[in-house]
Design a binder for this molecule. Structure first.
Ligand code: HEC
Length: 416
């Protein structure tokens, strides 16, 4: 999977990216300069959009903090940005669908992409070093931390596997109901941690189910490739590189007092296996103006024929009419490793709510809109996912295993 992204990220440039013909708002940040230098033109882009991960001690495998480091990779910088696999944004934020907040989907403009390419084409010159901007500081953390979800142990992922998805049953952070309004994931060992999801359990029975699963083997937690295997909804979705996240003002997701949570960790052993103890800092509120729910629209009947580059699945979901008119603040898409693209649309408005390309199982996270979308009472959402099944010899169906697939988009929804 990891290798697959690297290959696609390094694919040759499509011809359409050679010129900056973009006329949409996102590309109106000026023309590509004739003589492009690192210090004046490329470093500002790289420092702003790449260096948060591509820095010493960052989650990316190499640093782009200095000219010499970027110069040696100029071609791959150009091809990965042109293919829009870097930065790993996933959802289209060009304005063609809906606009997400920049920290949700860090979408480069066509001009920025053309600038990096022109620089690589011109031999990656440095220019005047004194004009190189300062590296921006790392993202600030949460303003307030009220609780920490903690695995409670140093877990050593299974070194014989490339990926391990393990669920840890963690103690209830509060004895009364609270609302999660923000989170920050404190990854234990960034070399292995590939995503983290905190699930709230819907019922006391669900808590019993996960407690039983947890007791099945001697290692901490239990295997959970597709999710916690009990009725649950995510309250935190995080992939490496995602900053501290605060939910839209006045909204939050409920966690039931006294009920345990499930922390799903995705470990990737490309660099080896290292002990990890990840914690998730939460900001909690006693009340919120509007309680948010994660409404899942899924293609549960998925049946994907093998040996296809573009097998599709679709499904729909009506938001309970009893909620009245609602508001969609953001989305969190989920597929397994065969997924490539996904679209979510609002049926009565015939409107695109999310257009996702280059799905990557390693970058699961939430995307919030710049302005939330108003939905009529009982609105129906339609989802459509595309999959590449060329590596498969049998039909792939919906399931929790990594060899099964899913096509699901959570909507972060409140009453209006
Ligand atoms: C959110 C973190 C993050 C950001 C932001 C990010 N990268 Fe990466 N990048 C990674 C990680 C992790 C890898 C290694 C794993 C992989 O390939 O997905 C990587 C791999 C790469 C590679 C090697 C794969 C290839 O395509 O050759 C290139 C080149 C690259 N990044 C360029 C960039 C550039 C240029 C930017 C900014 C325009 C950027 N990255 C922004 C995390 C990030």
């Amino acid at each position: 999977m990891f290798a697959a992204l690297t290959i696609s990220a390094c694919a040759p440039l499509p011809p359409s990216t050679q010129t900056d013909g973009g006329s949409d708002a996102s590309a109106s940040d000026g023309a590509t300069p004739a003589a492009v230098t690192w210090s004046e033109h490329v470093a500002p882009i790289v420092f702003q959009h790449c260096a948060s991960c591509h820095r010493a001690g960052g989650i990316a495998p190499f640093s782009l903090e200095r000219y010499e480091l970027a110069r040696d990779r100029a071609r791959s910088l150009a091809s990965s940005t042109a293919a829009r696999t870097m930065p790993p944004t996933l959802v289209d934020n060009s304005g063609a669908c809906n606009l997400f907040e920049p920290h949700s989907s860090d979408w480069l403009t066509d001009t920025q992409i053309a600038t990096v390419r022109a620089w690589a084409d011109q031999g990656a010159p440095e220019g005047d070093p004194s004009r190189t901007p300062m590296l921006p500081p790392t993202q600030p953390g949460l303003a307030r931390v009220d609780a920490r979800v903690d695995m409670g142990v140093e877990f050593v992922p299974d070194a014989t596997r490339m990926d391990e998805l393990r669920c840890f049953v963690v103690d209830a952070p509060t004895s009364d109901d609270r609302f999660v309004t923000g989170f920050q994931v404190e990854a234990g060992d960034a070399r292995v941690v590939h995503h983290a999801i905190v699930y709230a359990l819907e019922t006391a029975a669900a808590q019993q189910t996960v407690t039983d699963l947890d007791a099945r083997d001697a290692r901490a937690g239990y295997d959970c490739p597709g999710g916690p295997s009990a009725p649950a909804y995510p309250v935190v979705l995080w992939a490496p590189g995602a900053p501290a996240t605060t939910y839209p003002a006045g909204t939050g997701l409920r966690i039931t007092g006294g009920r345990k949570l499930v922390l799903q960790m995705h470990y990737n052993m490309q660099q080896g296996s290292f002990p990890d103890r990840t914690r998730v800092a939460l900001t909690l509120a006693t009340t919120v103006e509007r309680e948010a729910r994660m409404v899942a629209t899924s293609a549960a009947g998925l049946r994907l024929p093998p040996r296809m580059t573009n097998a599709t699945g679709q499904g729909s979901r009506s938001i309970p009419a009893a909620l009245g008119p609602t508001r969609l603040w953001g989305v969190a898409p989920h597929m397994h490793t065969l997924g490539t693209d996904a679209q979510l649309s609002i049926r009565s408005q015939n409107r695109c709510a999310m257009d996702l390309h280059h799905w990557n199982f390693h970058w699961q996270r939430m995307f919030f809109y710049q302005s939330p979308l108003d939905l009529a009472a009982g609105e129906t959402l339609d989802v459509r996912c595309s999959f590449d099944t060329s590596s498969k010899n049998e039909v792939t169906t919906w399931g929790e295993g990594t060899s099964d697939e899913m096509c699901l988009v959570y909507g972060y929804v409140t009453q209006r």
